[in-house]
Design a protein around this ligand. Structure first.
Ligand code: ADP
Ligand code: MG
Length: 299
């Protein structure tokens, strides 16, 4: 159970959606990348976004995670509006993500990369965290963190031990792929292992909502099946997920609900079977090329 799910249970808000987006819009020049997108995700739900290349999937993820600022719309996390276009606000609200093109810090070890994900939840070693966003006061926060680093208090030492346990738990999700490489710099990793490290990093913050932008992109069939099993396990553990994915087998097997984007708009939504049989979806994927057949995209 994720931290936020636990928090909600405590205050009786379990039925509140984890995420609600309304009227989300973002244009690039004349291109309406995301055009009045609206949807909610309930606790523990596994929702996927599919759609042709350029249909606005990554832009949607970028808007929700604060990497991009919408032109219009609201984003609510557990019923509370979050500051738009602000990655720190999204992270503080419990949103973690991975990137379509994969982003790890090459010079840092696997373990250090995952530790970055933990930083959003640490308290004791960041005593003045709340003032860190106020420019004039920023140095105070840094100074306090430096003091803690030089002379760790018992609370900080305990927190570090707990951090290592949490990092190990995330690495262990990927069987023997990451654990033997935990102290190797990320630049030495295979492409698939970098993607796994990125997922472990996102999970380290125990996010209320995990956003995955094509986690299986560039993976071969065996690796894709493996990541599918690991995502299924996450789902079984109650993790709320928004997945963007081209590989339809993965989407079909994992999703409670699928949203289909085309030219920035949601053109269909439903169970995987409903959506993949929907003529509008087949048209969106194949209409322009008239290639015929059903949706079995693996771009
Ligand atoms: P998808 O992830 O579904 O393939 P994107 O969300 O990446 O699609 O892109 C949606 C549309 O917005 C595309 O036409 C793309 O070219 C455009 N777009 C996305 N990001 C940018 C950007 N940073 N600058 C300009 N155009 C962009
Ligand atoms: Mg994309």
């Amino acid at each position: 159970m994720s931290r936020s799910t636990r928090d909600n249970a405590a205050v009786g808000l379990d039925t509140q959606p984890v995420l609600t987006v309304t009227g989300l819009r973002r244009a690039f020049g004349g291109v309406r990348a995301v055009d009045r997108v609206e949807f909610s995700i309930t606790p523990g739900e596994f929702v996927s976004i599919i759609g042709p290349n350029g249909s606005g999937k990554s832009t949607t993820v970028n808007l929700i995670s604060g990497v991009l600022k919408p032109d219009a719309g609201t984003i609510l996390v557990h019923g509370r509006r979050i500051r738009l276009g602000n990655p720190e606000a999204a992270a503080a609200a419990g949103i973690a993500r991975t990137f379509q093109n994969g982003r790890v810090f090459g010079d840092m070890t696997v373990r250090e990369n995952v530790d970055v994900g933990l930083q959003t939840t640490l308290r004791a070693s960041r005593p003045l965290r709340s003032v860190a966003n106020i420019p004039v006061l920023k140095w105070m926060s840094l100074l306090a963190e430096l003091g803690v680093a030089l002379a760790p208090t018992p609370a900080v030492r305990a927190e570090r031990r707990a951090s290592q346990t949490r990092i190990d738990a995330q690495l262990a999700r990927f069987d023997d792929r990451l654990i033997p490489r935990a102290d190797n710099p990320a630049y030495t990793l295979s492409y698939a292992n970098r993607r796994r490290t990125e997922i472990a990093r996102a999970l380290a913050s125990e996010p209320g909502l995990l956003l995955l932008d094509e986690p299986a992109a560039g993976m071969n069939q065996t690796e894709t099946a493996e990541i599918g099993r690991q995502l299924a396990e996450l789902k079984a553990q109650g993790q709320t997920v928004l997945l963007v994915e081209h590989k339809m087998d993965l989407v079909h097997d994992l999703s409670d609900r699928v949203l289909v984007l085309d030219e920035g708009r949601i053109i269909a939504a439903g169970t995987p079977d409903e959506v993949l049989d929907d003529p509008r979806v087949i048209e969106a994927y194949l209409g322009r090329s008239r290639a015929g057949g059903k949706v079995a995209v693996d771009a």
